[in-house]
Design a protein around this ligand. Sequence first.
Ligand SMILES: [Ca+2]
Ligand SMILES: [Ca+2]
Ligand SMILES: [Ca+2]
Ligand SMILES: [Ca+2]
Length: 470
Amino acid sequence: MKQLYLVFGFKIQIYVPPPICKAIFCFSHIPFTSFICICSVARSYVRPAGGPGAVVLNPDQNSWTSATTAGFTTSDITQSEIGYKIIKPITAEPSADLATGPDNGYSDIVKTTDGSGCYMFNNGSNFLFRFRIGGIVNGAKAYNILIDTDMKLGATGSSADPNYIAPTNSGNGNPGFEIEIAFQTGSNISIYNVDGIINPSASYTYSLATNSIISVALSRDNSNADYFYDFYVPLSALNAFGLSSSTPFRIVTTTNTNPGSAFQGTRSDIYGINDELFPNTTDAWEYVGKNTPSVTLDDITSGGGGYPDICTAPPVVTTGIAAGSNVSVTGTWTRLDAAKPAAATITVYKNGISQGTTTCNTGGSWSFTVATLVSGDVITAKAQSTGESMCMVSNSVAVTTCAPANISSSSSFVLTCLSNRGAGGTRPDGARIKIYTIAYNGSLTLFADDATTTYKTLYNGTANPVGTTV
Ligand SMILES: [Ca+2]
Ligand SMILES: [Ca+2]
Ligand SMILES: [Ca+2]
Ligand SMILES: [Ca+2]
């Protein structure tokens, strides 16, 4: 409401409407004192102009993306004509967090009250997408879907993508996405094969008139209208890339101030992160992709289970696990960000088989006793917090046997601590401690003792055992 002026004791209030109103209704709720005008906001499509738009995106072919001509009144998700499934952001998506482009504008992914800003849907024949964008402008931009079909991303680690392309000073890399779908305003909707490619050619193109609709959302980020950018591609085209209805894939949504492939353009906004904290675009895509749960096309049908809960951050398994009985496996766990639950259940695996669970608070350490470990066993762990998915695995630690040839025969020597910062323990009085490295052929090289200057063995500040021979 905007109070304009007082005229002869009559308070006149004028509503300043959003850009598109179905109608403006005015009434006086207290006779002769004030008038209230309500804009019944039309969630009508705004592009393409001059017709009902794509039948796939607007099945009843009226002028509304809402389920009824009453528009969106309480929720533009539950009242949507298409039952889009929410793509859950890995962390809160801020407004005005852009790498390039005007804040709150045509490339800013914004959110509604539940935190969501991107959506997708499988209608049985087509793959539909919806971006919630803070504004609209004439001109050619791109709204890009990056799809990882082999669950591999990054240059290193057990799930590295063999087709990883590093970024250069002059352009984006590709951390391991295989398919890209781009809504390129001003030209078309394209599907690109980007498997090991950063300068892709479109494998399929579809016209904006038949495959896209832009309409007004209920949310009003920055106190002005937000828009739904809807587009779709046929499932048959994705099937040609090997993506079946049950193929797990990961999805990253991103906007681009250039009208083309994300890999060739200038990143504006990646959904699910504060872009101001991720200056390297390729690393940001990889970070989001790796922290994203997998989904299938079956999940996002009207009867499907929906988009999975977001992943709990993985634990870290402490290295240096020796073979034996009742071995204590230890590690740490830290949540992805402060908005996430502070505790997680840790499941420990031996050779991929669950051995049991323990718990951990964020920033803390955990331990779990495994009954038997032999050299070559591989230990991993996963974490799960309330309301989240257990979809990320820790580092892998191989169990080793430690039996150097000249191991001390003293039973009074006890190693109580071993970490990458050093080791500590107790020893018989007067004994000298020497640390050796062991080569693959079994030969020993002195690493540290009380006479070594680089890595020195200390005895809690005492001179003991000077003169002792070991
Ligand atoms: Ca944003
Ligand atoms: Ca807005
Ligand atoms: Ca991949
Ligand atoms: Ca963002």
